[in-house]
Design a protein around this ligand. Structure first.
Ligand code: HEM
Length: 394
């Protein structure tokens, strides 16, 4: 590209955090129409909203490091692989071995997902003829699955939910709220204590869990603890949100639910739902040099917010991108990230949500419907999901 074609990054001082939190999509439409990257003072970042630009960043760790300076995630959880570049990142990722991969899911975790779906569906049905899908099914189901995959036999699914939420809150504590830091620090200490206890136990009594696998790996205790906190933070809310958002989408588009049921198209329903509302909307990267990103001039040290939630609705790639449509032409979405940090838990998410939770929920409660008196609420822009999904059945 000629230097003359390089454009300066515009400033979007009209973007506010409350507007983003409430409904970021109209803002993304306006941003994308002007440029793929903007300096957004309210979030103190270069917000990347174009698909091509997000994808370019994911594939080029030389120019865009994951190890951003002043990372709140590092403060809340320690320095995990998610904030490292290769080769350090690759070594730690490799130490996860096959625990989250298809073979282990087939041999061990599918049975766990089935059992947990049974437990939490029975509780959900007993609460009826109306209940909240998020708090009364999706959250405990996702938490218990993650607890058993990781190997925290010394904790409860409620502990996992508390740890995950408070650590994530710390990661997003841009307001520097001392109470948020205190809660994150308490959870961090609890996770470390539980981790140390389980490592000692599983070293002698190995099994299929992640903690068991990691107990034999040559990784520093500091890195190991940070990686487990990152996985607790990243492996719970996303499958929870994917269950709730997919169900909400299908119950609001009954014609598409009929098509899903006719041909068992749960995978299409799930992939379209995480394209439409990406559970992890934004993650950070930092420019290591003065560079050009999709025609925009980016200075060295720029703190970028890679917004895959916005990229997933880029009209350059997706026709009628604001609609939920399981029949849209297949274009790879970016909801699981890309490049070397592509989600390590994507198989677990697909197996537990597509393979078990959604089909079971609808098979056992075929007349499930939205509660007209209690509309669903959906919030967030860094993480986005349905926070309450009140439903009824007969
Ligand atoms: C629908 C569900 C999920 C979504 C949308 C999702 C999304 C993502 C995204 C976008 C990233 C990359 C972030 C970045 O590059 O900064 C990521 C990384 C990661 N995810 Fe997921 N995730 C999901 C479920 C899970 C589950 C269930 C687990 C664990 C059981 C998990 C474990 C991880 C780990 C360990 C990484 C770090 C990978 C690395 O740095 O190499 N995720 N996920």
């Amino acid at each position: 590209m000629q230097a003359s074609e390089v454009r300066p990054v515009p400033t979007a001082d009209w973007v506010t955090i409350p507007d983003l939190y409430d409904d970021p999509y109209p803002l993304f439409q306006r941003l994308r129409a002007e440029a793929p990257v903007h300096w957004v003072p309210a979030v103190n970042r270069y917000l990347v909203v174009g698909y091509e630009a997000c994808h370019e960043i994911e594939l080029d760790a030389e120019r865009f490091t994951a190890d951003e300076s002043g990372s709140l995630m590092k403060r809340a959880m320690g320095h995990s692989m998610l904030r490292k570049d290769d080769p350090e990142h690759a070594a730690e990722r490799q130490s996860y071995g096959g625990v989250l991969r298809p073979r282990a899911i087939k041999d061990h975790w599918n049975a766990v997902f089935e059992k947990n779906a049974r437990i939490y569906l029975d509780q959900f049905k007993a609460a009826g003829p109306g209940a909240d899908v998020v708090s009364q099914f999706a959250a405990p189901y996702a938490a218990e699955n993650l607890r058993l995959i990781l190997g925290y036999y010394n904790a409860t699914q409620e502990d996992l939910q508390r740890w995950s939420q408070t650590l994530i809150d710390g990661t997003g504590n841009y307001a520097d709220d001392p109470d948020v830091w205190a809660a994150a620090e308490r959870s961090s200490a609890e996770v470390d204590a539980a981790t140390d206890e389980m490592l000692a136990h599983l070293r002698d009594k190995p099994d299929h869990t992640l903690l068991s696998g990691l107990s034999h790996m040559p990784m520093s205790l500091e890195a190991l603890r940070a990686n487990l906190k990152m996985t607790i933070g990243g492996g719970l809310n996303e499958p929870r949100d994917a269950v709730a958002t997919t169900l909400w989408a299908l119950l609001s588009h009954r014609d598409q639910l009929d098509q899903v049921l006719a041909d068992s198209r749960w995978a299409d329903a799930f992939e379209e739902s995480i394209r439409w509302v990406a559970p992890i909307g934004m993650y950070p990267r930092e420019a290591t040099q003065d560079t050009v990103l999709d025609g925009m001039a980016i200075p060295k040290g720029a703190r970028l917010g890679v917004h895959v939630g916005a990229a997933n609705r880029d009209p350059a790639l997706f026709t009628d991108p604001e609609s939920y449509d399981i029949n849209r032409p297949k274009v790879p979405h970016l909801a699981f990230g890309g490049g070397s940090h592509f989600c390590a838990g994507a198989w677990v998410a697909r197996a537990s949500v597509v393979g078990v939770a959604l089909p079971k929920l609808i098979a056992e409660l075929p007349d499930l419907r939205l509660d007209p008196a209690n509309p669903a609420s959906i919030q967030g822009w860094v993480f986005r999901g349905v926070t309450h999904l009140p439903v009824l059945w007969t």
